[in-house]
Design a protein around this ligand. Structure first.
Ligand SMILES: [Zn+2]
Length: 159
């Protein structure tokens, strides 16, 4: 996976975000080839202000992570969780894309927004759970060593 920081991304943001990406990248490295981090100084023109957001094109294996000035207001724990959250969206991205496709084709127009909202909430719950697991499991070196070691283990036999 190729991680790039947009040249306009302040060094302070890069210094904070880069170690988190280094920690979490084993989980998403097979899903994304090109990963770009961009800084958004002002989020007021967006429909909802955000600390971090992600735009994923799963079919092209690309993702753009947006980190705003609001992100700097978060404490250390929240910053890590916010990055884990956005990265977890990469794992659920294809499910989201296909669900949207099915909803747009099969759901009657008058209920489309409601059904999208139901799936969006379900996805956010799943992504929240995944990101908490990522933070709990992948933020110590011992745990990373265990992860890499166990991935080379012989397959578990089922009886
Ligand atoms: Zn989310």
């Amino acid at each position: 996976m190729n991680i790039k920081f947009d040249p306009a991304c302040p060094i302070e943001i890069r210094g904070i975000v880069e170690p988190y990406l280094a920690t979490f990248y084993p989980l998403i490295s097979r899903c994304v080839d090109n990963f770009v981090v961009e800084f958004i100084p002002e989020t007021s023109e967006f429909s909802e202000p955000f600390e971090a957001a992600i735009l994923i094109r799963r079919e092209y294996k690309t993702a753009r992570l947006f980190v705003s000035s609001e992100y700097l207001v978060l404490d250390k724990k929240e910053r890590k969780l916010a990055i884990a959250h956005e990265l977890a969206h990469i794992i659920t991205a294809s499910l989201r894309t296909e669900t949207r496709r099915v909803v747009e084709i099969w759901v009657p127009e008058e209920t489309v927004e409601y059904v999208k909202g139901v799936f969006d909430n379900a996805e956010e719950t799943l992504v929240d759970d995944l990101s908490k697991l990522m933070v709990e499991c992948l933020t110590t070196k011992e745990n990373l060593d265990t992860l890499y070691h166990t991935s080379e283990m012989a397959p578990i036999e089922h009886h």
